[in-house]
Design a protein around this ligand. Structure first.
Ligand SMILES: [Zn+2]
Length: 478
């Protein structure tokens, strides 16, 4: 039941294709053509946390941005540049959330037990919370055709949103979606996902051993990296699941499930196995914390400020049909608290073993609000033992590398896309400072604080209006 709260489901992913072979991800070639992106900007006197391999920090630097790209660091300022005063501020790369579930038009998500179709007012409304929080790249882990449409809207410049990497989820059993229960079906599912344009494969919990291995192997052959769950069929034999090309395990609790006593010894054993196999980890600590919170009561969720940026029908689902809360009791709470404790020790063990850890949230699950939650995750990673610099790397350079787009985003360097966050305070001192956003560049488009606030209050207003409307309507009409 531990993952029941997350209706998302599907997929994991494995495999390590050579980075070069992944570097042609098509979403990197989609850029909007709005006027703002043609403008020249110069951020003056700003402290630049480059997040490059040498962890360089430039004091009082000038960053010039033109045609969506960073043109220079401490180079000349073009005469036509719009000047942004960076005095006393800090510039970091735009953040990457490596585990999200974005609602697509017409329905929330086929894999979510939603009882009603949700009609969204616009793609912009689901993307605004990301860009308002400086999240400029997202990894959608149960991608559907509708996500290509969203990506195109962003690419055309009609919507201000993050870059989107899309993973197709392959599951075993007999549910809806991409189901495979034999190795040939598994291989075919991978090839079809590739033909449909997905760049990554997510493996999920009900795949049998042979099919899982076939999926991972085929993904390797197709140059698709694999992320996802450790299937239940590997219970007690995690070492058999960590095969070449299983590139990343999603959720620390996928390892917790594999430990009888949740011991440090197991955490260290898993870390060794992951290190040997080159399997990265997205701990998604925030989703477990929310699961425990909701198992106790829904009070914290009800009081969540960012709830106003969630579509009212999703709010309603979270508050009135909450699987984490339904039928809860002290046993469930105690179990979840033990897993949270283990997850933290697992992160420590993986860090010590040198396994790359990347930040992901499972945004879209109840309580985990798009964009806002990534800052929670960074904080939790630091609480679990990462330094603030390591936490920042987990949401910038490292995931860019895993996705194969590190030549384009993930650091503040000349030639890269201008996905940037201007902060009022230094996040290397205190990771919570990533929330002190003064402005965001997304694909070369500048959103200052006032514009971000306007977008957010606009969205909150629309959600309130929609809630009132739904309140007077019968569910069935939607
Ligand atoms: Zn998920």
């Amino acid at each position: 039941m531990k993952r029941k709260h997350c209706y998302s489901l599907l997929l994991l992913v494995f495999l390590t294709c050579i980075l070069a072979s992944c570097s042609t991800i098509s979403f990197t070639n989609h850029y909007g053509q709005k006027a703002d992106q043609q403008k020249v900007f110069a951020i003056k006197d700003v402290h630049v946390i480059t997040m490059n391999a040498g962890s360089e920090v430039l004091q009082d630097a000038t960053v010039v941005i033109k045609d969506k790209k960073i043109v220079s660091l401490n180079g000349p300022i073009p005469a036509d540049a719009e000047i942004i005063d960076g005095k006393g501020k800090w510039l970091i790369p735009g953040l990457i959330d490596m585990h999200v579930h974005v609602p697509v038009d017409g329905h929330f998500n086929a894999n979510y037990p939603t009882h009603t179709a949700v009609v969204f007012t616009s793609t912009q409304d689901v993307m605004t919370p990301f860009v308002a929080n400086g999240v400029t790249t997202i990894f959608e882990l149960s991608a559907k055709a509708g996500h290509f449409g969203q990506r195109n809207e962003i690419a055309r410049g009609d919507v201000i949103g993050p870059r989107m990497a899309l993973a197709a989820l392959i599951e075993g059993g007999d549910g809806p979606g991409r189901i495979a229960n034999t190795p040939p079906d598994g291989r075919q599912a991978v090839r079809m996902a590739k033909a449909e344009g997905y760049e990554f494969i997510k493996v999920y919990s009900k795949l049998n051993v042979a099919t899982f291995k076939a999926v991972v192997d085929e993904a390797g052959k197709q140059g698709m990296r694999v992320v996802g769950h450790i299937p239940n069929s590997f219970e007690g034999r995690v070492e058999d699941a960590l095969v070449p090309h299983f590139d990343m395990v999603a959720h620390a609790e996928e390892y917790a499930k594999q430990s009888k006593d949740l011991s440090d010894q197991d955490a260290q054993r898993f870390a060794r196995l992951a290190k040997e196999n080159g399997t990265w980890l997205t701990p998604t600590l925030t989703i477990m914390v929310w699961a425990a919170s909701q198992a106790r009561s829904l009070d914290e969720l009800r009081a969540l400020r960012s709830l106003e940026y969630v579509h009212p029908l999703i709010q309603s689902k979270w508050l009135t049909a909450n699987n984490a809360n339904k039928g809860t009791g002290p046993d469930r709470v105690a179990r979840l608290e033990k897993i949270i404790d283990f997850n933290n020790r697992l992160v420590k063990a993986f860090r010590e073993a040198g396994v790359p850890i990347v930040a992901g949230t499972d945004a879209g699950c109840s309580g985990v609000v798009w964009g806002f939650s990534l800052h929670d995750e960074l904080e939790l990673l630091v609480d679990a033992g990462l330094s603030p610099g390591e936490a920042l790397a987990s949401a910038t350079r490292l995931p860019a590398g895993w996705l194969g787009i590190d030549s384009l985003v993930g650091t503040v360097e000349a030639g890269k896309f201008a996905d940037l966050i201007l902060l009022d305070a230094n996040p290397l001192k205190e990771i919570r400072n990533t929330r002190k956003i003064s402005g965001v560049f997304v694909n070369g488009r500048w959103l200052d604080k006032a514009e971000i606030n306007a977008m957010l209050s606009d969205l909150a207003g629309r959600n309130t209006a929609a809630r009132n409307k739904y309140h007077w309507s019968k569910r069935g009409e939607y």
